[in-house]
Write a protein that binds this ligand. Structure first.
Ligand code: SF4
Length: 103
C-alpha cells in the first residue's frame, strides 16, 4: 500500500486561513493543534488533514489518485517555498510510487 509521501514539514498546518472546514482551529492562519511542529490531535484530526483517507472518501469521485497526489505535492511545495521551509522537506512523487498506485 502506498501512502502520500508527506514529509511532516508542518506547512499545511501553518496555512489554514480560508479553509472553511478548519475554521474552528484557525488562529491567524495557524492551526491551534500544532504543537512543537506536530499535530497534537493526530489520530482524531479532521478528514481534510488525512490525505489518503480524504482521497478515498471525497476526491476519488473527481480525479485519479495519481493526479490527486500530484496536486497535493505541488501545493505542499508551494507552501514550503512561501514559508521558506528547508528544501529537504520538498515532496517528490516518484514514478515508482505512481506505478504501485496504479496496480
Ligand atoms: S505541507 Fe505537505 S508535506 Fe508538509 S506536512 Fe502538510 S501534507 Fe505533509
Amino acid at each position: 500500500m502506498i501512502l502520500f509521501p508527506c514529509t511532516s514539514c508542518g506547512a499545511c498546518c501553518l496555512s489554514i486561513d480560508g479553509i472553511e472546514f478548519l475554521e474552528e482551529y484557525n488562529q491567524n492562519g495557524k492551526c491551534t493543534n500544532l504543537e512543537n511542529n506536530q499535530c497534537s490531535i493526530y489520530e482524531s484530526r479532521p478528514l481534510l488533514c488525512k490525505i489518503d483517507e480524504s482521497y478515498d472518501k471525497i476526491f476519488s469521485s473527481y480525479m485519479s489518485k495519481e493526479e490527486f497526489y500530484r496536486q497535493n505535492a505541488v501545493a505542499c511545495n508551494k507552501l514550503q517555498e512561501k514559508l521558506n521551509i528547508d528544501i529537504k522537506y520538498r515532496v517528490h512523487i516518484t514514478n515508482v510510487a505512481l506505478i504501485k498506485i496504479e496496480k
